[in-house]
Write a protein that binds this ligand. Structure first.
Ligand code: TRP
Length: 331
């Protein structure tokens, strides 16, 4: 049987270069070898996005973005988490098999507590139960569809391990393998994408390169990448340049070598280095950008794709949840 890969995308902001190279591209590549499940984790986003307008916009953006980069909704399951009520019922069931101590130890929760304590606030200040219980809902996302592998960023590895552990407890208690044990898949090839300031590209640092800016705005954004003050004629160390780090993500080995040599030879100023990066990126984004613009203007088409995804995903989830209910004595 073909193995299943599943990943969730949290709609919390405008899609940027880091999302594309770090998440979208590697996720879409899995469709060659796996039966793939991609979903928009809108109820996970609700732990932090509390504006209805923003949430609606982010969901539409993400839907159009995945399609623009080539997700084929006929070949993959592509759905919105909130369209599958079975996931939320399963989350409750799983929560009854989850030691509370797990949640206390979850990285996201612990980080939030540590921040509060460092700021001299109450340790649970601003922390809602959605954030606290986040890993249980994520376990339900994964186990509902019996995913074998879960491609995620390194920060999400622990959540997948929780899902495994919860699955084992459930299987063990009812004496049958209802759930496959999912494995986290942290892509080794994808390097961290640096942002304008050289830190990891992230919305929370406000250092992103959004994917679908118009050309002029994209160029302007790229001009904001931080460089040192070396003069144009000076040789430049590619290993120390954020522009090079970004540009290299788009190049094959041969192109990488050629660009490295240009940096080292001297005679190329930062303005030129930025221009070259802009040209490469713009070239690669041209197709997806026009597709995105077409899709984002067609809300009814996006809705129809998500409606089909809902039907396909529920055709899997509904009978499986029935089986689980019978097993636990609820039916
Ligand atoms: N927590 C993930 C993130 O922040 C998103 C997510 C939700 C997810 N449910 C999932 C990822 C299930 C993989 C599997 O990026």
């Amino acid at each position: 049987m073909t193995k299943r890969a599943l990943t969730g995308i949290k709609p919390t902001g405008e899609p940027h270069l880091g999302n594309w190279l770090g998440a979208i591209q590697p996720a879409l590549e899995l469709a060659r070898d796996y039966e793939t499940f991609y979903f928009i984790a809108d109820y996970h986003a609700l732990t932090s996005v509390h504006s209805a307008e923003d949430l609606r916009r982010y969901v539409r953006d993400i839907t159009a973005t995945y399609l623009a980069f080539g997700l084929d909704p006929k070949n993959s399951f592509f759905y919105r988490q909130s369209d599958i009520p079975e996931i939320f019922e399963l989350a409750w069931i799983l929560s009854c098999f989850t030691p509370k101590g797990f949640m206390n130890r979850a990285h996201a929760y612990k980080d939030a507590v540590a921040k509060n304590e460092a700021a001299g606030k109450d340790s649970d200040d601003g922390i809602n139960m959605g954030l606290f219980g986040y890993p249980v809902l994520m376990a339900a996302d994964i186990l509902m569809f019996n995913a074998d592998v879960v491609p995620v960023g390194a920060d999400q590895k622990q959540h997948v391990e929780f899902a495994r552990d919860i699955a084992e407890r459930f299987n063990h208690n009812y004496g049958k393998v209802f759930f496959h044990l999912p494995e986290p898949r942290i892509s080794a090839t994808v390097k961290t994408v640096v942002g304008l300031d050289g830190r990891k590209m992230s919305k929370s640092y406000d250092n992103t390169i959004p994917l679908f800016l118009e050309e002029k705005a994209l160029q302007k954004r790229i001009n904001q990448v931080v460089t040192n003050s070396q003069a144009p004629e000076e040789p430049k160390d590619p290993g120390q340049s954020h522009i090079f780090a970004l540009h290299a993500l788009l190049l094959n080995a041969e192109e990488d070598k050629a660009l490295r040599e240009r940096y080292l030879a001297g005679g190329m100023g930062w303005g030129m280095a930025k221009k070259l990066f802009f040209e490469s990126l713009n070239e690669q984004l041209r197709g997806p950008r026009s597709e995105y613009n077409r899709l984002i203007a067609d809300a009814s088409y996006l809705d129809s794709i998500l409606a089909q995804g809902k039907d396909r995903a529920r055709a899997v989830a509904v009978p499986f949840l029935d089986e689980l209910r019978a097993a636990i004595g609820i039916r």
